[in-house]
Design a protein around this ligand. Structure first.
Ligand code: ACM
Length: 761
C-alpha cells in the first residue's frame, strides 16, 4: 500500500480526521481514506502460528483493550478467516526500521506489519489507541487510516529516581507500562544516592542492610516512620528487567560515583575519604561524601558492576558523575598522593581518571559508559556517552568532541519542576515547566552541524523524587508531560503540532482514568483571576478566566452549581458583585471536561488572604521549592513554598486601609538540605528570642516593623500566628521575615490573612 507524507495528507486527504485521531505520539505518516472498521467483542486478534513474540504482543493488546475499553478480544493463530486485527512479522515489510511498522484499517480489519518484534509491538500500541478514543466502552468504530511509522530518536528515555524515595516493584511496573504505551524505550533507573542504596549486591550485603535505610528528620513524629527505605532484591530486579524487555524497554541502571556516595560510605566507611561512618543521608541537595580513589575502592565498584552487568543486559551502564564537590578529595593526603602519583593536574582530572577506569572495565565486558555532563570536565574516553542535564551546553560540547549525547536538561525536561504555578499543585521545584514547554523543547541544539547532530541519540525526562514520596506524587508530576516527551522523541519534527497534540490529548486522559493514573490536569485547570484591591474597594470584581494551555472553552457559574458545557460560556471578563463564588471549567469540542472544575470564593476575607503560592520570595535568591511538612508524606497536601536560602515571604500590594491584625498559618519544616558551597549564601536574620519570631515589615524587608509574632518553641508542627498590625493607609508590600536561627527549622507559610477587626483578647 502506498502511503503519502504526513504534511501532504494533512493538506489533501483528511486534515480534520488526521488531527482528530486519538494517537499519541503522532505517527510519522498518516493518511485517512476509505471505509473504516468496527471492532467488536467477537473480532479476533490473529497472529502467525508459532510466532511467540507476535502472540505476546497480541496478548498485551488484548489485555490493554479489555482493561481500558471493556472490549474483550480473543487471540487466535492464523490463517485469518474473516475480519480481524492481524499482527504479522514480515522480513519484507516496507518499514525497515526495527521499531517501525505499518498499520492499515480497512473494512477487513486492522493489519499491522513489521519486520521486528519491537515494530510489531508499537503497531499494536497504535491499534490500541485507535480502539480507545476519548469516549465509550465496548464496540468501537475505527477510521480508515494508513500509517507508516518509525521513531525520530533511538533513545526515548524516562529516568526514575528510586534512591530518594523508594517505589515498590509493582509501582515501577506501573511506570514501565505507561512508558510502553508512550513508545518510550529506555528506563534510566537511578538506584544509588546519598539517601539510599536500593540494589541488592550479594557480595556486599551491608549496602542494603545499612545503606537502604535512613532515619528521617523527626522520625516517629507527625506520621514520619522511624526509618525510611527499601531495596530491590536481585530476583525483583530480574523480574522488572524482564517485564520491561517484554515491553521493548531497556533498563539502564545508574550507580552514581564518585559523588552521591554517602549511602555506600555509610555501609562501608573504608570506601570513603574520611574513614568516618556518616549516616545514610536524611538531607536533600549536594552532600560532601565521595568515594576514595584507592585500588580497593575501584575493585569494590568493579565487583559491584559485575553483579549489575549480570542483572542488566543493557549496553549502557550509567555511572553518574554529577555534583561531586571535591572538598573531601582536596583535604585528603591519601587522595592527593594518588593524584600526584598518577600525574593528574587537579581533582577534575582525577574524577576523569576514576570514570575512565570504570569505562575501561565496562568496555572490557562489552558495555558502554554513560554519565552526567560533569564527566566531560576532566576529559573523557571517546566511547563514553554524555547525558546533558545542566542545560544543553554539555550536549553541545560533547557532540562537538565526538561523543554521543542524550538531552535531559534541567529545567526543561525535569519532571520535578512543577506543572504550573497554581495554588492547588502539590510538591516540586519552581519555575514550573508547562506541558507546552515540554512539547516544544528542541532536543537537537541548533548550533550543531549535521555531523555533530548525528551524535544526539535522543532525549529523556527525569523524575527526581526528593519531593515525590508516593506514586501519586510521581504520577501527578509525570503525566501528561510524558505525552509531550513521547511526541517530541518519537514523531518527526515536521509533524510536531502543539494544537493537534492538545486535540488528541483527551483520549489519552481517558486512558489514564481507565488505568487509575493520577495525572495532573494543571494545563487545563481554570484560572480565576481578579484584581483584589479593586474588588475590595468597590465591592465588585472583574473576573478573568483562562488556563495554562489556552485551550478549550471556559464555562462558569456564579450560583454555586457545578459548571459544565451547558453553563454560560466565558467570552469577556465578567463583572460580579461580592460576595460570590465563581466556579469554572474548560471543556473540549465535544463538551467533555478537560479538567476538574475549580472554584474561587470572592469575598473581602478571601481577597485579603494569600496562599503559599501567592507569596513571593523576598529580594535576593530566586530559589523556590514546594515541600510538605514531612519528607515522607503519604498525602499530596498541604504543601509550602519555601526558599531554603532566605526564610522570608513577600505579600505584594496589600491594601492596608482598615487592617488591624494579621493571621498566618505556618508550619515548622525540617531544614534537611545540604547546600555544599552555597551554604554560605543562606541568610540569617537577627532574632530577639532564642526560637525567633515572624516579623512583618512595611514596604520592604528593611522597612518599619508592623508586627512581631513570636514563634512557638514546640507544639504541633502546623500552627497559627496572629497579632495586631500597626494601622496604615493605602497599598503597601509586606515583608514577612522569620528571624529563627538557620541552625533550626525552616518555617513555611500556608496562608496569610489581613483582618479588619481587632482580635479578641
Ligand atoms: C542531576 O540532576 N544532578 C543529574
Amino acid at each position: 500500500m502506498k502511503t503519502i507524507g504526513f504534511i501532504f495528507c494533512l493538506a489533501l486527504a483528511g486534515a480534520a480526521h488526521a488531527a482528530a485521531l486519538p494517537l499519541l505520539p503522532m505517527p510519522a505518516q498518516v493518511t485517512v481514506a476509505g471505509d473504516g472498521f468496527t471492532v467488536a467483542a467477537n473480532t479476533p486478534i490473529v497472529v502467525d502460528a508459532g510466532d511467540g513474540a507476535a502472540r505476546r504482543t497480541a496478548d498485551y493488546l488484548a489485555d490493554l483493550t479489555a482493561r481500558t475499553r471493556h472490549l474483550p478480544l480473543q487471540v487466535k493463530d492464523g490463517p485469518v478467516a474473516g475480519a480481524a486485527i492481524v499482527l504479522t512479522r514480515d522480513p519484507q515489510a516496507p518499514v525497515i526500521h526495527a521499531e517501525g511498522y505499518t498499520l492499515d484499517v480497512t473494512p477487513q480489519g486492522i493489519r499491522v506489519v513489521a519486520r521486528e518484534e519491537a515494530g510489531l509491538f508499537y503497531g499494536a500500541i497504535t491499534a490500541w489507541q485507535l480502539m480507545t478514543p476519548a469516549h465509550g466502552t465496548g464496540d468501537v468504530q475505527v477510521p480508515a487510516v494508513h500509517i507508516r511509522d518509525e521513531p525520530r530518536f533511538a533513545w526515548r528515555g524516562f529516568m526514575l529516581d528510586s534512591a530518594r524515595h523508594f517505589q515498590a516493584p509493582d509501582e515501577v511496573r506501573t511506570l514501565i507500562d505507561q512508558m510502553a504505551q508512550h513508545k518510550l524505550n529506555v528506563l534510566h533507573w537511578h538506584l544509588t544516592d546519598d539517601q539510599g542504596w536500593r540494589i541488592e549486591i550479594k557480595r556486599y550485603p551491608d549496602l542494603t542492610r545499612i545503606g537502604a535505610w535512613r532515619t528521617p528528620p523527626d522520625a516517629g513524629e507527625d506520621g514520619e516512620p522511624q526509618r525510611y527505605g527499601g531495596f530491590y532484591t536481585q530476583d525483583e530486579i530480574r523480574a522488572i528487567v524482564a517485564y520491561a524487555a517484554e515491553r521493548h524497554i531497556t533498563v539502564v541502571p545508574e550507580l552514581d560515583m564518585p559523588g552521591h556516595a554517602q549511602a555506600a560510605v555509610a555501609s562501608y566507611p573504608a570506601l570513603g575519604v574520611t574513614g568516618q561512618r556518616p549516616p545514610v543521608s536524611p538531607d536533600w541537595g549536594v552532600n560532601p561524601y565521595l568515594y576514595n580513589v584507592d585500588d580497593n575502592t575501584l575493585h569494590f565498584l568493579q565487583n559491584v558492576l559485575d553483579e549489575v552487568m549480570a542483572l542488566f543486559p543493557s549496553t549502557y551502564i550509567h555511572v553518574g558523575g554529577d555534583e561531586a564537590v571535591k572538598d573531601q578529595w582536596k583535604a585528603s593526603a591519601a587522595v592527593q598522593a594518588r593524584m600526584h602519583a598518577l600525574k593528574l593536574k587537579d581533582e577534575n582530572a582525577l574524577q576523569s581518571w576514576f570514570i575512565g577506569q570504570m569505562g575501561q572495565y565496562l568496555a572490557a565486558h562489552g558495555r558502554r559508559l554513560i554519565g552526567w555532563d560533569e564527566i566531560l570536565e576532566g576529559g573523557l574516553p571517546a566511547s563514553a556517552t554524555v547525558m546533558s542535564w545542566r542545560g544543553t551546553q554539555g550536549a553541545i560540547d560533547a557532540a562537538r568532541q565526538g561523543h554521543d549525547v542524550v538531552l535531559s536538561p534541567a529545567p526543561q525536561l525535569y519532571l520535578d519542576q512543577m506543572q504550573s504555578d497554581r495554588a492547588d499543585e502539590t510538591t516540586g521545584r519552581l519555575p514550573s515547566t508547562s506541558l507546552e514547554s515540554f512539547y516544544t523543547f528542541e532536543a537537537v541544539p541548533k548550533v550543531l552541524d549535521a555531523a555533530q547532530a548525528k551524535h544526539v541519540l535522543g532525549m529523556q525526562a527525569n523524575m527526581w523524587t526528593e519531593h515525590m514520596p508516593t506514586l501519586r506524587h510521581i504520577e501527578h508530576a509525570v503525566f501528561p508531560r510524558m505525552d509531550a516527551l513521547a511526541e517530541a522523541a518519537w514523531t518527526p519534527v515536521s509533524a510536531h503540532d502543539w494544537h493537534g497534540f492538545l486535540d488528541r490529548l483527551p483520549a489519552q486522559l481517558a486512558r489514564y482514568r481507565a488505568q487509575d493514573i493520577a495525572y495532573a490536569d494543571s494545563a487545563f485547570a481554570a484560572n480565576i483571576v481578579v484584581d483584589r484591591n479593586a474588588a475590595i474597594s468597590s465591592g465588585q470584581a472583574t473576573v478573568t478566566l483562562d488556563n495554562q494551555a489556552n485551550y478549550g472553552s471556559l464555562h462558569y457559574t456564579t450560583d454555586g452549581s457545578t459548571p459544565d458545557a451547558s453553563s454560560p460560556l466565558y467570552v469577556t471578563p465578567l463583572r460580579v458583585s461580592l460576595p460570590v463564588t465563581i466556579k469554572a471549567v474548560a471543556t473540549a469540542a465535544d463538551g467533555s471536561l478537560l479538567a476538574a472544575p475549580r472554584e474561587r470564593v470572592l469575598d473581602v476575607a478571601s481577597l485579603r488572604t494569600r496562599s503559599t503560592g501567592e507569596l513571593e520570595n523576598c529580594p535576593g535568591s530566586d530559589f523556590r521549592l514546594r515541600v510538605q511538612p514531612t519528607p515522607d508524606a503519604t498525602t499530596l497536601a498541604p504543601s509550602y513554598l519555601i526558599n531554603v536560602f532566605d526564610n522570608c515571604r513577600l505579600y505584594r500590594a496589600a491594601k492596608l486601609d482598615g487592617i488591624e491584625a494579621i493571621r498566618v498559618d505556618a508550619a515548622r519544616l525540617p531544614r534537611n538540605y545540604q547546600l555544599a558551597h552555597e551554604a554560605k549564601l543562606v541568610k540569617e536574620h537577627q532574632a530577639a528570642t532564642p526560637q525567633g519570631e515572624l516579623v512583618v515589615r512595611l514596604d520592604n524587608c528593611q522597612g518599619r516593623t508592623l508586627a512581631t509574632l513570636p514563634l512557638p518553641k514546640d507544639g504541633p508542627a502546623r500552627f497559627t500566628l496572629q497579632g495586631a498590625l500597626a494601622r496604615q493607609a493605602g497599598v503597601h508590600d509586606l515583608c514577612l521575615v522569620f528571624t529563627s536561627p538557620i541552625s533550626g527549622p525552616i518555617y513555611g507559610v500556608g496562608a496569610v490573612s489581613l483582618l479588619s477587626a481587632k482580635l479578641a483578647p
